[in-house]
Write a protein of this length. Structure first.
Lengths: 218, 213
């Protein structure tokens, strides 16, 4: 059974310097409650692995604004001038990764693979310091798996078994990250004591350690 | 000509490249404007890489739903027969050769079909987002852009900015005309009624041959 906790209990699971995978695409499908509490702590020097850093006042962007992130492995920072400013003054190291490559590196981390071969980025700066492997006359970049200490993700629906389901475009990276992290904390919008319909489950509960119910476990 | 008119000319011409049942992906901004000019007698499926196959119209106050956005962060609806997907499935479709047409903007494009649209070192580094994936897997890559930037050519002999992809662009649509990247080199195929061969020669740095349709 999943362990239901509140935001303070969730924050107690974090330590400075950890790597965090945080779900969401811009402001869609984001776990907000833990981040709102995390920015009030003295914790810092996190490595952020996420699609983007959204805007300075939204979700992952709040961690940037609060100077909690020392390295960001993301696909896009163009919507957050604070990330760009901190990158330019050397405060944050930003590793820009093509979006499909980020998804596959996380999947590899969670699926027990030693890496993936992708044609994306061949002939560009994204190929710098990467091994190129030629297969059947086509060049591929060897991209290594990504793992994290904590995955902090969102789900629209969750049950007492930790099973998760999603509405709309909220799935994005939320459904990949739980596989690649040592500990997964999920913020659910709708919690049910009775099990979700097994046909509708998107993320199996075995990947979920802790659950916070939005507007309930603040 | 004002900017809106220029963008409309480009978007209208891009929309003529879509065929019935095509699966298409569109960059934000100008490429997305081509949706409004898709001929009524064809049906296309738009993939938004954040997780919708079959993007519908923009949301209104009546059907507002924060669970559904497009890759530009704008609230949209989903068409009948569409589905929601995660980032893994989305980029499997994109990278795996399942997209018929991709339309993106460009900072620079060159006569070899190289594209630069994600970074101006030291000035503008938003990141590539999904662009590098989108260009690799697509069957047809169309660049939709204004012909020049502040009067300076954007269609060059060789891109000087960091590349998004090497030798992959198939077609360039601007307000002045349409180019195709062919094995013989860059080829001017159409001249817009708002331009002329002389105008295009003066505002294009790349070498090109002219073979009008």
């Amino acid at each position: 059974m999943v362990k239901l906790i509140n935001a303070d209990e969730a924050v107690s699971l974090f330590k400075s310097g950890q790597s965090l995978m945080i779900g969401g695409f811009l402001s869609c499908g984001t776990p907000d409650m833990v981040i709102d509490r995390l920015v009030q702590t003295a914790l810092k020097d996190f490595t952020l692995i996420a699609n983007d850093t959204t805007t300075p006042d939204c979700n992952r962007g709040k961690l940037i604004s609060a100077h909690k992130i020392k390295k960001a492995i993301v696909t896009h920072i163009g919507t957050n001038p604070e990330t760009i400013a901190q990158m330019n003054n050397g405060e944050i190291e930003v590793d820009l990764v093509p979006q499909g490559t980020l998804a596959e590196r996380i999947r590899a981390g969670g699926a027990g693979l030693g890496g993936i071969l992708t044609p994306v980025g061949v002939g560009t700066d994204a190929a710098q310091n990467k091994e190129i492997i030629r297969i059947d006359d086509r060049d591929y970049l060897l991209e290594k798996p990504l793992k994290a200490d904590i995955a902090l993700i969102y789900a629209t629906y969750g049950d007492a078994y930790g099973n998760l389901a999603y509405d709309g475009t909220t799935r994005n990276f939320n459904v990949l990250m739980p596989l690649a992290a040592d500990t997964t904390i999920v913020e659910v919008e709708n919690f049910s004591d009775t099990p979700l319909d097994p046909n509708q489950v998107i993320v199996p509960g075995i990947f979920v350690d802790y659950m916070i119910v939005r507007n309930k476990h603040g | 000509m004002d900017k809106d008119k220029i963008q409309e000319i480009i978007a209208r011409r891009v929309a003529r490249e879509f065929h019935d049942r095509d699966v298409i992906t569109l960059g934000i901004g100008l490429p997305t404007k081509s949706i409004q000019y898709i001929p009524h007698d064809i049906q296309v499926n738009i993939l938004s890489e954040n997780g919708i196959f079959g993007v519908g119209s923009y949301q209104t106050e009546e059907n507002y739903d924060p669970h559904i956005i497009n890759a530009g962060g704008v609230g949209v609806t989903i068409k009948a027969g569409g589905c929601f997907i995660d980032s893994f499935m989305s980029f499997s479709m994109i990278r795996g050769g399942h997209i018929d047409v991709t339309v993106l903007g460009a900072l620079q494009v060159d006569q070899e079909g190289n594209l630069a649209n994600w970074c101006i070192p030291g000035k503008f580094t938003p990141g590539m987002g999904g662009a590098m994936d989108l260009v690799v897997g697509t069957k047809k890559l169309i660049i939709a852009m204004e012909h020049t930037a502040k009067g300076a050519p954007k269609i060059l002999k060789k891109c000087t900015l960091p590349l998004t992809v090497a030798q992959k662009v198939n077609m360039i649509v601007t307000e002045k005309g349409v180019f195709e990247v062919t094995p013989q080199g860059l080829c001017l195929r159409e001249i817009s009624p708002y331009s002329s061969l002389e105008d295009i020669k003066q505002t294009t740095e790349a070498d090109f041959i002219t073979d009008l349709k």
